[in-house]
Design a binder for this molecule. Structure first.
Ligand code: NAD
Ligand code: GLY
Length: 358
C-alpha cells in the first residue's frame, strides 16, 4: 500500500509517496508526473551499488533515458568542489533545460543534488528519492537545498521544491543501526516541537522502531512528513514557524562544524542540541525537569548521545555566531514549551546562556 502526504504550495505543490518495495514503481510514477525524458541520477557509490540498478531498470522500462553520476560518500564532500563536479558532469554531457534530475541517497546527496537542480541553468526539475531515515523524515521534504562552507553548515543554498518525494522504506533494511538512530533524532524533534501524542507514541514503540518493524517505521515517517508538510505550507521560506524545525540545530550545527564535518552524524548532533535546548527551556521555566528527563530517556533508548563533545565555550560561541539564525548579533533559539510546543528565545549574550551547560 502506498501512503501519500501532500505538500500544498500553490504551483510548487507536490506529493510525498511512502511505502515498502516501491522502488520498482519509480518509472511509472515519473511518467504519471510527465517528468522530463532525459534524467541525471545523482547518487554516491554506496547507494548506487545497492539501488542504482533497480532505479536504472525501472526508469528505462518506462522509456526514460538516464545517466548516472556519483559524488563521493560523506558529509565532508557536501562542498563547493563536489557541487562543481556535478555541474561539470551536466554541462559536459549536454544536459539542458528540458532535462530532470533525481537525487538518490541520504541527506548529503539530496541537499547537494537539490542545490545543483536549483542553480543549473537557473533551475531544472528534480525528484527526491531518499534512502536514509533522516532523509525520509526530514531533509527530502520542504525544499531546503545546500552545501557546507568551511566556516559553517549549509551556508550556501536555496529554497527549491522537488516535483515529488518518493520514499521506499525497504531501503532502510541496508542502513547501519547508527544511521537509523540518527534519523530517529529528527523524528523525536517533531514530537518535541509539535505533537505530544506522537512523542508518547514514540515512547511506546521503542523496540519496534529499533527493530525497524515495517508498519511502525511507515507510521513514524508518515507522521513526521505530515508535520513537516504542515509547517512548510505555513512558512515555506522560514520567515516564521519553519524556524521551529531548527530545534536543537543551532548547537547541533556547532558540534558538526567544530568536530569536522562527518565525525558526528547530523542526527546525533541534533540529539545533543535538543538536550541543550531542553535544559535552557527548563532554566527559563518553559518546561519541567521531568520533560527534560523524558527527552533524555527517549534519546538514550535509541542509543543517541546526550552530552556535548569537549570543546571550549569560546569555540562553541564563535561557531554559533556564524549560524544562519543570528541576525544583528542576536541569536534566536528555539526552546520547547513542555513537550509538543515551542517558544522562541532571543539571546544577545550567547556565552552566559550556554556556559552553565558545558
Ligand atoms: P548521509 O547522506 O551522509 O547518509 C548517511 C550514510 O548512509 C552515507 O554513508 C550513505 O552513503 C549511506 N546510505 C544512504 N542510504 C543508504 C541505504 N539505504 N543503505 C545503506 N547505506 C545508505 O546522511 P543523512 O543523515 O542522510 O543526511 C545528513 C545531511 O542532511 C546533512 O548534511 C544535513 O545537513 C542534511 N539535512 C538537511 C535537511 C534539509 O531540510 N534539507 C534537514 C536535515 C538534515
Ligand atoms: N530541517 C529544517 C527545515 O527543513 O526547515
Amino acid at each position: 500500500m502506498v501512503e501519500k502526504v501532500e505538500v500544498p504550495l500553490a504551483d510548487r505543490s507536490y506529493s510525498i509517496l511512502i511505502g515498502s518495495d516501491l522502488l520498482t514503481a519509480l518509472g511509472k510514477e515519473l511518467s504519471d508526473l510527465n517528468f522530463p525524458q532525459r534524467i541525471a541520477v545523482i547518487s554516491n557509490p554506496t547507494v548506487d551499488q545497492l539501488y542504482g540498478s533497480v532505479v536504472r531498470t525501472t526508469l528505462e522500462k518506462s522509456g526514460f533515458s538516464l545517466q548516472h553520476f556519483n559524488v563521493p560518500d560523506g558529509e565532508k564532500y557536501k562542498s563547493p568542489e563536489t557541487l562543481q563536479s556535478i555541474y561539470d558532469f551536466l554541462i559536459k554531457n549536454g544536459f539542458d533545460r528540458g532535462c530532470g534530475l533525481i537525487a538518490l541517497g541520504g541527506g548529503v546527496v539530496g541537499d547537494m543534488a537539490g542545490f545543483a537542480a536549483a542553480t543549473f541553468l537557473r533551475g531544472i526539475p528534480y525528484v527526491q528519492v531518499p534512502t536514509t531515515l533522516l532523509a525520509q523524515v526530514d531533509s527530502s521534504v520542504g525544499g531546503k537545498t545546500a552545501i557546507n562552507h568551511p566556516l559553517g553548515k549549509n551556508l550556501i543554498g536555496a529554497f527549491y521544491q522537488p516535483e515529488m518525494v518518493f520514499i521506499d522504506t525497504t531501503t532502510l533494511n541496508t542502513l547501519d543501526q547508527r544511521e537509523v538512530s540518527a534519523g530517529l533524532a529528527e523524528v523525536i524533534k517533531y514530537g518535541m516541537i509539535h505533537d505530544s501524542h506522537f512523542f508518547c507514541w514514540l515512547e511506546d514503540n521503542i523496540v519496534k522502531l529499533k527493530n525497524r518493524d515495517p508498519l511502525t517505521i511507515i507510521y513514524a515517517i508518515r507522521r513526521s512528513c505530515q508535520i513537516k508538510a504542515e509547517i512548510v505550507e505555513m512558512d515555506e521560506k522560514e520567515g516564521s514557524v519553519r524556524a521551529h524545525l531548527n530545534y536543537g540545530h543551532t548547537f547541533g550545527h556547532a558540534i558538526e562544524k567544530l568536530s569536522g564535518y562527518g565525525q558526528w552524524k547530523h542526527g546525533e548532533a541534533v540529539s545533543v542540541g535538543m538536550i541543550v535546548a531542553a535544559k535552557i527551556s527548563a532554566q527559563q521555566g518553559l518546561c519541567s525537569q521531568q520533560d527534560v528527563e523524558r527527552l533524555t530517556n527517549l534519546l538514550l533508548a535509541f542509543d543517541l548521545p546526550i552530552n556535548p563533545p569537549d570543546f571550549s565555550l569560546d569555540d562553541y560561541v564563535v561557531a554559533m555566531q556564524r549560524d544562519k539564525k543570528v541576525k544583528k548579533g542576536t541569536l534566536t533559539l528555539v526552546l520547547n514549551r513542555g513537550i509538543g510546543g515551542v517558544s522562541l528565545y532571543k539571546v544577545k549574550d550567547i556565552s552566559s546562556v550556554f556556559s552553565p551547560l558545558l
